[in-house]
Ligand binder design. Structure first.
Ligand code: HEC
Length: 238
């Protein structure tokens, strides 16, 4: 090819690239996809004290302080702001995941001028704890997340301990080639490991014991609490 032909080819290629780039769809906000991925699948998560949860923490604050008739809920949407669902909170209060100062919701609750602040006087400003929770939630991505509180009132072998062992331990401690020769498939086998002190030592990662689950993180706080409570109450077959 002659030099001119190269030049023409180059120009054509370049224009194609340029045109196709121009028509590239605008990438969706990362926040939106993050929110979608988190919808609905977090119900099983035990509550973690470092996380702010929309369903457990944020929604109760908003619905009791803002989302009522005449304000921002129950058919009322003053200034276009409607706060009775997750989606309407995100869109109409302009919540921007990971962007505190860009989020209208945060701006209005921290506004120093009482006439601009939400909730409006005579209602009190939200407490510092409530404001901090909302800030934490936005900084953590303003997800539609929830968690289940650890219910430790009625800990029994059948309802609490057995399901934990089943899902976290029996994969290795079953009748076929059990880890360390230890089988944990029924009450008696599990109780034996309580009596030997090994169950407590292993799950609590105490010195001198092999930490369990093997090569995996510790059981979550809730499960650990239940096992420990059950052991402390005599490891009954209840
Ligand atoms: C991935 C497989 C695996 C899982 C999951 C697992 N274990 Fe183990 N476990 C082992 C192996 C392998 C050993 C023996 C390790 C050794 O002897 O080096 C062992 C040993 C133990 C011991 C003896 C510890 C000691 O210090 O002597 C206890 C008790 C135990 N496991 C309980 C549990 C409990 C309870 C769970 C669930 C919370 C669990 N294991 C989950 C593989 C597993």
């Amino acid at each position: 090819m002659k030099r001119v032909e190269y030049l023409i080819l180059f120009v054509i290629c370049f224009s194609i690239m340029f045109i196709s780039c121009e028509h590239e769809p605008i990438a969706p906000l990362p926040s939106n996809s993050a929110i979608k991925n988190n919808e609905g699948n977090s119900n099983e998560d035990p509550c973690d004290s470092d996380t702010a949860y929309f369903v457990n923490d944020i929604f109760p604050i908003i619905s009791s302080n803002c989302a009522f008739s005449g304000c921002h809920g129950n058919g009322s949407s003053r200034d276009g702001v409607e706060l009775s669902t997750y989606n309407s909170i995100i869109t109409t209060a302009d919540v921007r995941p990971f962007d505190l100062s860009g989020s209208d919701l945060y701006k209005v609750i921290t506004e120093s001028d009482p006439n601009k602040r939400m909730p409006r006087p005579p209602a009190n400003q939200l407490s510092q704890t409530q404001i901090s929770l909302i800030a934490k939630w936005i900084n953590q991505g303003a997800k539609n997340n929830s968690c289940s509180q650890c219910d430790t009132t009625n800990v029994t072998f059948t309802l609490s301990v057995s399901p934990i062992i089943k899902s976290n331990c029996q994969g290795c401690h079953n009748g076929v080639n059990p880890g360390g020769g230890i089988v944990l498939t029924n009450y008696t086998e599990i109780k034996n490991q309580v009596v030997s002190g090994k169950l407590d030592g292993a799950v609590n990662h105490r010195p001198g014991f092999i930490p369990m689950p093997y090569n995996q993180p510790k059981l979550n706080d809730c499960n650990l609490f239940k096992i420990n409570k059950w052991i402390n109450e005599g490891a009954l077959n209840n």
